[in-house]
Ligand binder design. Structure first.
Ligand code: CUA
Length: 159
């Protein structure tokens, strides 16, 4: 009788285990897909940052008085801009990145620099870099963000 009990208990455990795996693989992908059509829903931006929402609607490079501001949306599984076209920034001027996510937590690691930030949904990660030399820097997502995580990369070109 005890054998049957153990067998039943093992079955329950196995099923629970499989359910966890299936949920882990499918759940976030389905539940957190962003349907805003390429723009960031203002509701995902934390209070106090509404002045930046407009720029995230048109992510890209904006001139400032002494350098540039770069607005990047990190989403499953690309950087906008950065992935489909490189982000072009000037050398020798402060470049301030503003990065947000409409779906899940991503990473923003700029190869060859000390830029290494988490990108948390609804928050804006900000950091300033001055590139002394022209060249190319790969952007890598270093936070696991789903099935396409390993393909999530982009490029910054310093001119
Ligand atoms: Cu985005 Cu990993």
């Amino acid at each position: 009788r005890f054998e049957k009990l153990w067998f039943g208990a093992s079955l329950v455990l196995i099923v629970a285990f499989l359910a966890t795996i299936v949920y882990g693989a499918v759940g976030p992908g389905v539940a957190m897909v962003d349907d805003s059509g390429g723009t960031v829903d203002p509701s995902v931006i934390a209070d106090g940052n509404y002045d930046q929402v407009e720029n995230f609607r048109e992510p890209g490079v904006y001139d400032t008085e002494d350098g540039v501001d770069v607005y990047v949306v990190a989403r499953q599984y690309l950087f906008q801009p950065g992935s489909s076209e490189p982000i072009e920034v000037p050398a020798g001027e402060p470049v301030t990145f503003h990065v947000t996510s409409p779906d899940v937590t991503h990473g923003f690691n700029l190869a060859g620099t000390n830029v290494n930030s988490m990108v948390i949904p609804g928050q804006i990660a900000e950091f300033t870099v001055t590139f002394e030399e022209t060249g190319e820097h790969g952007i890598v997502c270093h936070e696991y963000c789903g099935s396409g995580h390993h393909t999530m990369e982009g490029q910054v070109v310093v001119v």
